[in-house]
Design a protein around this ligand. Structure first.
Ligand SMILES: [Zn+2]
Length: 464
């Protein structure tokens, strides 16, 4: 009898603990998502029939639906059993025009890294300002991490505005980026080795990350040895692979296959993150073959005149008499080789990030991420691996583990309500049923209205 009573007491205790409801105190407004299946992280735990409560920009509680008490006046969203999972990050996008933020949200992108900010300071129009306005809710768009504007040497593709001539000039630019509040610097293609090293040294002294190209004056190995944080576009790989020929794409095509795996292992050992941005090598040359056809892509309905003009003017920068069809055939072959490299990087466990490099020609904000994700599939990554790269690894790269890329108490409220399971089918990312970015909630109706407005503005800009 005594034993039985003890068992009952234990059972009672267990039951009462399990049912003790989580009470959310009154205070600042709360938005709660009831009856959702929480994906705490891709490839991780799934919590069915749960409620996620958000206050400000933070997830403050995650509990079973029947074990949470919300304060009076809380905004309640019925999830209808849908999956609520981390939003993804585009880790290479040049985001300056606030009006395109919604294009990224509508494609499940809740965080971006801008690897070359706009404006050297932090005043109006700078990327620092854009990031702050997003947090305040004045700009609709993803949460922004950014480096300062790219730093380059004489003859820069991007014009004299980004050029520094001296080693001291590079140091000065790094100091300006630090003072403005950027988290990183961006080192570009025309720097001398001395300038590049000075930039690395100055950035390290100020705790800034270093995002880089491999300058023409250096090898990939030189840059890996300096332990920069990231290299963009698999830059410099084709030279390291020993590919010979005229131009970047031809060198990729000519790269000996037996050098791919050893290079992938050297890159993995360096710990330097790679951001392949394969789409930016493919989409422009594909479009230049027939720009009228390219202009008919459905997502280009959101492209304003200024953006289209920039894209249309781009072929004029290429050598006169360029055969665009032949050029694209070479790029397609180079793309196959880059996929092969990406496959080797996966096998070597090299740290990777997913980015698009929008708005380079025909790399449209938000929409272009899906093709890039598809390239990772082609290179052998599973959906779950891809989603983990676009969430957990993105956060780890930025030293923000636990801050985003997860749905956990204390994390920033950056998540998506899905009609379907992105781990089964990545296409689900194209049609979020609602997006919470930087603590601001946009349901499907709101996203549709914002997209319609974006289309109206874009079309109006073209007829002026
Ligand atoms: Zn870029």
């Amino acid at each position: 009898m005594i034993i039985r009573r003890a068992v009952l007491a234990a059972l009672f205790l267990a039951a009462s603990c399990a049912s003790a409801p989580r009470v959310i105190e009154a205070g600042e407004p709360v938005t709660a998502f009831r009856n959702v299946t929480v994906v705490t992280e891709y490839g991780g735990e799934r919590l069915t029939h749960h409620t996620v409560a958000v206050r400000g920009d933070r997830i403050i509680a995650i509990a079973p639906d029947n074990a949470i008490v919300l304060p009076e006046g809380a905004t309640v969203v019925d999830g209808g059993g849908r999956i609520l999972a981390p939003g993804i990050a585009d880790m290479h996008v040049h985001y300056q025009d606030p009006s395109v933020g919604v294009l990224m949200l509508a494609n499940s992108i809740t965080t971006i890294r801008n690897p070359s900010g706009f404006g050297v300071g932090n005043g109006p129009g700078s990327t620092i300002d854009l990031a702050a306005r997003t947090v305040r809710g004045e700009v609709i768009g993803p949460y922004v991490y950014s480096s300062g504007q790219l730093i380059d040497g004489p003859g820069s593709f991007w014009g004299p505005g980004v050029v520094v001539d001296t080693v001291e000039g590079v140091r000065e630019r790094v100091r300006q980026d630090a003072e403005a509040g950027y988290i990183a610097i961006k080192l570009y293609a025309q720097l001398t080795p001395e300038q590049f090293r000075a930039g690395v040294e100055e950035a390290r002294a100020r705790n800034l990350q270093i995002y880089s190209h491999v300058p023409a004056s250096m090898t990939l190995e030189d840059v890996l040895a300096l332990r920069v944080d990231s290299i963009e576009h698999l830059d410099g790989f084709e030279r390291s692979l020993g590919g010979e020929g005229q131009g970047l794409q031809s060198r990729w095509v000519a790269a000996p296959a037996d050098r791919v795996a050893p290079l992938a292992r050297r890159v993995a050992e360096s710990g330097v993150w790679q951001v392949p941005t394969l789409i930016v090598n493919l989409a422009p040359s594909r479009a230049f073959v027939d720009m009228n056809a390219a202009d008919a892509a459905p997502e280009l309905r959101y492209a304003v005149k200024g953006l289209l003009d920039f894209w249309h003017s781009y072929p004029a920068r290429l050598p006169p008499g360029t055969d665009f069809a032949a050029r694209y055939r070479t790029v397609e072959q180079a793309h196959v080789r880059r996929i092969e490299m990406l496959r080797a990087l996966r096998e070597a466990h090299a740290p990777l990030l997913i980015g698009t490099d929008a708005p380079n020609p025909y790399v449209m904000y938000g929409f272009s991420i899906h093709e890039e994700l598809g390239f990772f599939r082609e290179a052998g990554f599973s959906n779950t691996e891809i989603l983990r790269i676009a969430t957990l690894d993105a956060a780890r790269f930025l030293n923000k583990t636990g801050e985003f890329g997860v749905v956990r108490e204390g994390a920033r409220a950056d998540f998506v309500l899905f009609d379907g399971d992105p781990e089964r089918d990545l296409a689900v990312l194209r049609t979020p049923q609602g997006v919470m970015a930087a603590g601001h909630w946009y349901d499907r109706a709101r996203l549709d209205a914002l997209l319609a407005e974006s289309e109206r503005v874009a079309q109006a800009s073209r007829t002026q």
